[in-house]
Write a protein that binds this ligand. Structure first.
Ligand SMILES: Cc1cc2nc3c(=O)[nH]c(=O)nc-3n(C[C@H](O)[C@H](O)[C@H](O)COP(=O)(O)O)c2cc1C
Length: 361
């Protein structure tokens, strides 16, 4: 089985394979963003399935940043006891779990939160409703909220945290000239656009020290006119490495990117797979920390090739785990048949029905 099932570690977090379950909203939190029994069972099943690392679905760090229904929240200390049961369930089954921390920015679901959505730049750009521009005091409040979320995650026993700076959510909005046309110290030059993200990393390191695994999911490209492109993205990753980030997960696209979204439809042939691979190779050339590649990886042979040829150190998948949570154990046992995920993205719709994501086939 070679490299794919080799034991590795990321900043002391021991992993039993190089296969990662990428962050996946499940629609299984309770109505208030609390961790439910169903969600704990869901993660227990995933942990039994053999992935090296599980990344939770995006958890909002403050209520005005909630993106969708029954999304996990880590905005209050009251969330910690149930989250602790989730991490215990994963650890009992030999897994490792990192919490993804997020703020939706202008994509917040205002009907759910009852709060105005906050954007990097005011106006109707990419928004269905009028949004307010974040003030520098509010940006500082969001930095604090991410740090508080990370502290709660550690108290709940998570093995680390991942900052969601991809897919057009707030931290991506800051980085992207398509969303960020501010004229103050947070706009324009890349060094300005990256400030909130770097400040969050410093604040988390300040609170939790160097020994706590801290990962970032980053867009390699927004696939938008004026959006973030690979040259800036690789520079951002290098700055994150310098600040002590332990691994970068390479993704791409926002909800405005049409066919070039993060979860592309119709992954059928080998040529459709691993659609961010050329970008991941650019990150690998520049970085010394591990690169995790996500996006359309389906075949065992593809996963193995990506790791063995050094395109990435880890391969991450989302939709295959929805179809078959235990496929990593199956692959390890020698049955390397491809998961029968047809990438039709119906799983999202299933998740919105109220009883959690699942495959419609
Ligand atoms: C139902 C669903 C929920 C998702 N939730 C998240 C999320 O919470 N955070 C995140 O970073 N990406 C999320 N994604 C994107 C995936 O993590 C992944 O980047 C994308 O689906 C491509 O990987 P895949 O081809 O293996 O599915 C989600 C995707 C789907 C289909």
């Amino acid at each position: 089985m070679g490299l794919l099932f080799e034991r590795t570690e990321i900043n002391g977090m021991e992993l039993r394979s190089r296969i990662v379950r990428s962050a996946t909203w499940t629609g299984l939190a309770d109505e208030t963003g609390g961790c439910s029994q169903q969600l704990i069972r869901f993660y227990e099943t995933l942990a039994r399935g053999g992935a090296g690392l599980l990344v939770t679905g995006h958890a909002y760090v403050s209520r005005e940043g909630q993106a969708g229904p029954r999304q996990l929240g880590v905005d209050s200390d009251a969330a910690v006891p149930m989250l602790a049961r989730l991490t215990q369930a994963v650890h009992r089954n030999g897994g490792r779990v990192v919490m993804q921390l997020s703020h939706a920015g202008l994509y917040a679901d205002t009907a759910l939160t009852g709060l105005p959505a906050k954007a990097v730049t005011a106006g109707k750009r990419y928004s269905r409703h009028q949004v307010e521009e974040l003030t520098s005091e509010e940006i500082e409040g969001i930095v604090r909220a991410f740090a508080a979320g990370a502290r709660r995650a550690r108290r709940a026993g998570f093995d680390g945290v991942q900052l969601h700076a991809a897919h057009g959510y707030l931290l991506n909005q800051f980085l992207s000239p398509a969303y960020n046309v501010r004229t103050d110290g947070y706009g324009g030059d890349l060094h300005n656009r990256v400030k909130p993200l770097l400040e969050i990393v410093r604040r988390i390191r300040g609170v939790l020290g160097k020994g706590f695994p801290l990962l970032v999911k980053l867009n390699c490209h927004d696939f938008l006119a004026d959006g973030l492109t690979e040259s800036d993205a690789v520079q951002v990753a290098a700055m994150l490495e310098k600040e002590g980030v332990d691994a970068i997960e390479v993704s791409g696209g926002t909800r405005e990117s049409g066919a070039f979204k993060s979860a592309r439809a119709g992954i059928v042939s080998e040529q459709d797979e691993a659609y961010f691979e050329p970008f991941a190779r650019l990150f690998k050339e520049r970085l010394n920390i591990p690169v995790i590649l996500v996006g359309g990886i389906r075949r065992y042979a593809t996963a193995k090739r990506l790791v063995e040829t050094g395109a990435a150190d880890y391969v991450a998948m989302c939709r295959p785990f929805i179809k078959e949570p235990g496929f990593v154990c199956r692959w390890r046992s020698g049955d390397t048949a491809t998961v029968r995920c047809v990438s039709d993205n119906e799983c999202l719709g299933v998740g919105l029905t109220g009883s959690g994501i699942g495959c419609s086939r």
